[in-house]
Design a protein around this ligand. Sequence first.
Ligand code: BGP
Length: 496
Amino acid sequence: MYHESLESFPKHFLWGAASAAYQIEGAFDAEGKGPSVWDEFTKIEGKTYEGTNGDVAIDHYHRYKEDVKLMAEMGLKTYRFSVSWARILPDGEGDVNEAGLKFYEDLVDELLKYEIEPVLTLYHWDLPLKLQENYGGWESRKTIAAFKEYCRVLFERLGKKVTYWVTFNEQNVFTSMGYRWASHPPNVTDTKRMFEANHIVNLANAEAIRLFRKMVPQGKIGPSFGYGPVYPLSADPSDVLAAENAKEFNNSWWLDVYCKGRYPVAAFKQLERKGIAPTVLPEDEVLLKQAKPDFMGINYYHGGTVKQNKLEKPSQENDSKKEAGEKAFSSTDPYLMQPREEQSQSPEIPMFQSVENPYLEKTEWGWEIDPVGFRLALREVYARYDLPIFVTENGLGAKDIVTEDGTIEDDYRIDYLNQHLVEMKKAITDGVEMIGYCAWSFTDLLSWLNGYKKRYGFVYINRTEQDEKDLSRIPKKSYYWYKDIIKQNGEQLNEE
Ligand code: BGP
């Protein structure tokens, strides 16, 4: 659909940027904070790039005022951050650590001082370690009660100051990486356990939303999901069917539960046949139906492409293995639907096979660059779930270089973001209702697995993997570019 001219962004569109506690705060044991599963996981040899961890990160805990000031100077309308659960409840439950709670209240006050709308993420992956040790983390329903308690503390303290709340960040990513591919905590490779843990998180999400309705009736809440459209490799109906299967497994598996309170049927039946479907109690079904979010948070990096999987017909097994061997994927990509090396034990095997998209370029880290897919993602989610959309992450990870005169000329990032914002504007012109857009990320920060080499920020942080240097903040060229976009409310974004 081509538009002669694009509609303007809504008047109060929330232009923003995002972060996550573990990736920026540092101060890993300051003022009574308890350890999280990430504090432990990053210390396991070989798990992260050059053994990087968030002990210091970019020291946002001590420098938040400087960071918020930079946001204000940029004209940011909103800032998405996450709360470290173990800062508030060092053991995940029980006694509240007032110093931790106060840190977030001060941060929120600082944002409000500059009229920056806070968007608070309750869970961006850093589960208190004690809950993992005592209960097995998300594999136990006891963790739901602890999460509810943690939410209650935050709703009570910040419910009047914060309007927008995100329950879980990328549930699809942390459950897959954590329980299936052992590249996140708790370092497990067991698909059955993944689906069980994921179900527990669904229940925790629903409980949090129900509690929110009672405690923060004027607020808005929703999960942030790592969404990617799925393309069939060809018009062969078998490839199209494979894409439909992949959509169920990679997107509807989560979004249907959030918005419709039930799992998509074909995927569920397939898991049942394989003996790895989650245990759903009758009371779970009731709960899940009572927790429709107010908006859908979408994190968009890229989608995926699939074709029919010939392993479905055992006689063609060898052919298919040969073909699969020719398509290389980087297994550090959390959005990857099905790493090649895993195809022999994957539950999706008979349903689809992931392949490279011949039309798309890739980033330095092998992630496909697909701005049109962004428009498509927004259209699909809005059409299927009828909820306003808040883009809670989107951005480019790249190696930035500081020039001799101290500037960072990140034109590639400007180009990437510009293309995505134009597509978002087209989606708005198509009729998608949008609340805001948070680029990932405001400052450079610790990439979970890729250290400080893979940078996303509008603001450069002067540090490397091994050398903390002075952690000074240097606005990049993209900082000034985005400032202008915000100032003009995106009027300059037009069809190229
Ligand atoms: C998302 C996470 C973010 C951030 C981003 C970039 O999945 O929600 O926390 O890490 O991806 O990821 P990476 O640093 O691995 O490139």
